[in-house]
Design a protein around this ligand. Structure first.
Ligand code: ADP
Ligand code: MG
Length: 610
C-alpha cells in the first residue's frame, strides 16, 4: 500500500508559516519590508492589541495589478527574482516569495492595491489560504494589507503569544530596524489609535533622533569610511554613555538590519580599555557591500548574513570606530582638527590597519565625571570627600559628597556590627579595583565594592520613600527624555514612585518626558540613561515576580547609581563605604541577594595555618 501524500497547499503554507510568522512582530516585518521593496516613500503601520486583532500596513508604493493581487498569496510568488543567479545580486528586502502566502495561511487578510496609472484598484479577501473574494475597488495608489486575527485557525499558537506589552515591544523593535536605515521614507506607527512614532523623511541623524529622542544625538560620534570591500557610515556611542546592558546596537547591511556577533565585536573591541568592563556602547552603523560578496540566504528571516571579506571588514570597522573615538575625544580637549584622516585604500587583505593612539584614563568612572576635561578637577576634589572616621574619631573632613546619591555627611550609628569594630585601625586596601580588604575586631573582612555600594544606596532610597516626600533638587535646565513606547508606558506608571524619591517628571506626549528635578547629585546628562535602565530593570524584576514595586524601583536605581567594579577608590572613599555599609540593616547581602563581604576570623585563619 502507498502511504505518501502530497500535502495540500493550505497545509504546506501553514507549516511554512511556522518559520516565517511566529508572532505579530514577524508579520509586521514582512509587511514593512514589502512596502519598502515597492518603493514607498510614506508607510503607515497600524496595530490593534499588539497585533493580535489587527496589523495593517499602508504604503504609497508601486501597487499591484489585478492578477498580481491574487498571485502574491501563492507560495513562491515573487516579482523580485527570476533565476537562481538573481539570488546573488539581491538589493530588495524580500525574495523568497513566501511571506504573504504564510501570513494568509494563518490569518484573515484584506488586500487593497492600486497601481499609480490605473483608475481602479483591486481588493482581495483571503482567510486561512482560502480566497473569499476578489473585486475591483476604489482606493489610493499603493497597497494596504490588513492582517486580522493572526493565528485565528491555530489556537495553540495564539495562546502562545505573550502579554500585549511584550508583543508590542517586539513590534516596536522591528519597526525601528526598518525605519532607522530607511530614513528617506516617512513612517508613522499607531497602536490602539495612539500615535507612537511619526518619523519624517530626513537624514540618518534625524532619523535616530526621531526614534530615540532629539537629545540622543549628543551621545553619538559620527563614523564614516569608504573602502573597497565596504563603505560604512553611521554613529557610535560616546564612551560616557555606555550601558550595562546591550541597548541600542544596530548594524545594517545594504539597508537591512543584521545580527553579526563578529562585526559587533569589532565595534566593541575598539572600546576596550576606554570603558568599564561589562558595559556596552550604542551604535548605528550601515555597511554597504557588493551583494555578490554576501550571502543573506542562510536564514528565512534574513537577519543572519555571511560576508566573503569578513576579516577585512572586521578590521576596517574596528579601526574606523577607534579613529572616531580617538578623534572626537581629542576634540573635546583641543580645537577640533578634521584633517586627521586614515587612508585605507592600499590595504592588502588580511593586513591589520594601525590603530590611532588614544589616551585614556584607566580610572574612568562614569558616575564621577562625564567629560574628559572635568575629570581632573573632579578627582582632586574627590580627595576632600566627606569622610567620617569609622574607627573611632568622628571628624568630618569635608561635606563634598563623593559617592553619587550621597546626601548627608556620615553619621555613625550604634549598630551591632560597627560596635565590634571600634578598635580597628587598619587602612583598607584595594584588590583588583573590586574588593576592599580591611580588618575588624572580629576578623579580616573582604568587601565587594559594587555590591556593598548597591546595598548602601538601596537602604538610603528605601528609607527616603518611607519618610514621605523628600525635597527634590530642581534642575537648572529641565531635561527632555525620550523613551520607546513600552518604556514610556512603564515610566508613566512609575512617576508617583519616582517622585517620592526626588524626581519631578511630567509627560509631554509622543513618548517624551521632561525631568525638572532629580535626586541630589544625579548627573543631568545621565538622567536619560539612569531612567531607561531603571525602567528596564524594573520590567525584568516585575517579570520575575518581584512584586513589591517600591523595592523593585529602589533596587533598580541603586544598581544604576552604584560605583562599578573596576573603579579605583581612594582610601577615604573605601573608608566611607565601609562605614556606610556597616550602618546598613543588612550589610552582608546585596539588594539583589548576593554576598557583599565575608569575614575571616582568628579561628579560621589559625585553621588555615595548621
Ligand atoms: P517576496 O517579498 O519575498 O517577494 P512576499 O510574499 O512578501 O514575497 O510578496 C510577494 C510579492 O507580492 C512580492 O514579490 C511583490 O511583487 C508583491 N507585493 C507584496 N507586497 C507588496 C506591496 N506592499 N506593494 C507592491 N507589491 C507587493
Ligand atoms: Mg516580502
Amino acid at each position: 500500500m502507498d502511504i505518501i501524500n502530497i500535502l495540500p497547499d493550505s497545509v504546506a503554507n501553514q507549516i511554512a508559516a511556522g518559520e516565517v510568522v511566529d508572532r505579530p512582530a514577524s508579520a509586521v516585518k514582512e509587511l514593512l519590508e514589502n512596502a519598502m521593496d515597492a518603493g514607498a516613500t510614506e508607510i503607515q503601520l497600524i496595530i490593534k492589541d499588539a497585533g493580535r486583532t489587527l496589523i495593517q500596513v499602508i504604503d504609497n508604493g508601486c501597487g499591484m495589478s489585478d492578477v498580481d493581487a491574487r498571485l502574491c498569496f501563492e507560495r513562491h510568488a515573487t516579482s523580485k527574482i527570476h533565476r537562481a543567479d538573481d539570488l546573488f545580486a539581491i538589493r530588495t528586502m524580500g525574495f523568497r516569495g513566501e511571506a504573504l502566502a504564510s501570513i494568509a495561511a494563518v490569518a484573515q487578510v484584506e488586500l487593497k492595491t492600486r497601481q499609480h496609472d490605473k483608475e481602479l484598484g483591486s481588493q482581495v479577501v483571503i482567510e486561512g489560504s482560502e480566497v473569499k473574494s476578489q473585486e475591483p475597488c476604489t482606493c489610493s495608489p499603493g497597497t494596504s494589507i490588513a492582517v486580522k486575527n493572526l493565528f485565528f485557525n491555530i489556537p495553540a499558537r495564539r495562546n502562545f503569544l505573550k502579554k500585549d506589552s511584550i508583543e508590542l515591544s517586539h513590534i516596536e523593535e522591528i519597526f525601528k530596524r526598518v525605519a532607522l536605515p530607511n530614513y528617506k521614507v516617512g513612517f508613522s506607527f499607531y497602536n490602539n489609535g495612539r500615535l507612537l512614532y511619526d518619523l519624517k523623511p530626513g537624514n540618518f541623524a534625524q532619523r535616530i533622533a526621531g526614534v530615540f529622542g532629539s537629545s540622543f544625538n549628543q551621545r553619538l560620534y559620527h563614523i564614516e569610511e569608504h573602502t573597497e570591500p565596504v563603505s560604512l557610515n553611521g554613529y557610535i556611542g560616546k564612551k560616557e554613555y555606555v550601558k550595562r546592558v546591550r541597548g541600542e546596537q544596530y548594524l545594517f547591511v545594504n539597508g537591512r538590519f543584521i545580527k553579526h556577533p563578529g562585526l559587533s565585536a569589532a565595534i566593541e573591541k575598539a572600546y576596550t580599555e576606554l570603558i568599564p568592563e561589562r558595559t556596552y556602547p550604542a551604535y548605528f552603523v550601515m555597511l554597504d557591500v557588493d551583494p555578490q560578496r554576501i550571502d543573506i540566504n542562510i536564514h528565512p528571516t534574513k537577519t543572519e548574513v555571511r560576508f566573503i571579506d569578513e576579516s577585512v571588514i572586521f578590521s576596517i570597522l574596528r579601526a574606523a570606530t577607534k579613529k572616531s573615538l580617538g578623534q572626537y575625544s581629542l576634540a573635546n580637549e583641543l580645537e577640533f582638527n578634521p584633517s586627521t584622516e586614515i587612508d585605507f585604500t592600499p590595504m592588502a587583505k588580511g593586513h591589520l590597519p594601525e590603530s590611532p593612539q588614544e589616551s585614556f584614563n584607566p580610572n574612568y568612572n562614569p558616575f564621577y565625571a562625564t567629560h574628559e576635561h572635568e575629570k581632573h578637577h573632579e578627582y582632586s576634589e574627590s580627595t576632600r570627600m566627606d569622610f567620617a572616621n569609622f574607627f573611632g574619631s568622628k571628624t568630618i573632613v569635608d561635606t563634598k559628597p563623593q559617592i553619587a546619591f550621597e546626601e548627608n555627611p556620615f553619621e555613625p550609628q550604634d549598630k551591632t556590627l560597627s560596635a565590634t569594630t571600634t578598635s580597628a585601625t587598619t587602612t583598607p586596601i584595594n584588590y583588583l579595583n573590586q574588593y576592599i580588604i580591611t580588618t575588624l575586631k572580629s576578623g579580616m573582612v573582604v568587601i565587594d565594592q559594587q555590591r556593598a555600594h548597591e546595598r548602601i544606596l538601596y537602604e538610603k532610597l528605601l528609607s527616603r520613600t518611607n519618610e514621605g516626600p523628600t525635597s527634590a533638587q530642581q534642575l537648572l535646565f529641565p531635561v527632555n527624555c525620550r523613551f520607546n513606547a513600552s518604556d514610556s508606558e512603564v515610566l508613566s506608571e512609575l512617576i508617583p514612585d519616582l517622585e517620592r524619591l526626588g524626581f519631578v517628571i511630567s509627560p509631554l506626549g509622543q513618548n517624551t518626558f521632561v525631568v525638572s528635578a532629580a535626586p541630589h547629585d544625579t548627573k543631568e546628562d545621565e538622567l536619560q540613561n539612569i531612567l531607561e535602565q531603571t525602567i528596564n530593570e524594573y520590567k525584568n524584576n516585575m517579570m520575575q515576580k518581584f512584586n513589591d514595586r517600591n523595592k523593585s524601583i529602589c533596587l533598580s536605581l541603586a544598581r544604576q547609581m552604584a560605583v562599578h567594579s573596576g573603579t579605583a577608590l581612594k582610601v577615604e572613599e573605601m573608608q566611607k563605604l565601609i562605614a556606610d555599609l556597616f550602618s546598613c540593616q543588612a550589610p552582608d547581602i546585596s539588594p539583589s541577594g548576593k554576598r557583599t563581604m565575608f569575614i575571616m576570623g582568628e579561628q579560621e585563619l589559625k585553621e588555615r595555618f595548621k
